[in-house]
Write a protein that binds this ligand. Sequence first.
Ligand SMILES: [Zn+2]
Length: 183
Amino acid sequence: MNQVDPTFENWEEIRHSNAASCQNCGTELIENARFCDVCGYPTTGDEMDLKRYKWRSEKKEDLKGSIQKQVRVGRNVLFIVAGFNVVGAFTNFGMFSDYGMLISLLIIAACYVALARWSYKKPFAAILSGLVIYMLTQIYSGITFPETIVRGIVFKVVIVSALIRGVANARMISRKNMEAVGV
Ligand SMILES: [Zn+2]
């Protein structure tokens, strides 16, 4: 992409240059087009058009940044939950010497790590799977050991809400509908 920063300084020049392609993204322009079809850059518009364009681009960047941040938080939560599962696995083994439980908890931890890594490619599917596994293990341990439900409840709520936000934001990336989210 040959991004040209649309500054006011070079804009007057651009405006009168009768350019056949968009100064911002390089797309070929329809003759006398006021805006670029692809990026919305005001090719022959007035100063207000350029201001509006800059404002919209900034908004879009802000939104993109916040979406990426929430997805990153979701991914980090998966790594953190994996770590807690490892600690829990060995703590539990120390108390009960139950090999079955040790192996199960370590396998679940490995799943979280795999999902966190996968989330670089498929953030929506990966974080959603992590959320589902987390909910299922919580339900399972809640049924098997009811006394564990309230243990660390604030922490659990934080994890679930971070994962839900991660899933919701990853969905916007997956759908490639960045433009359609209101800016
Ligand atoms: Zn353009």
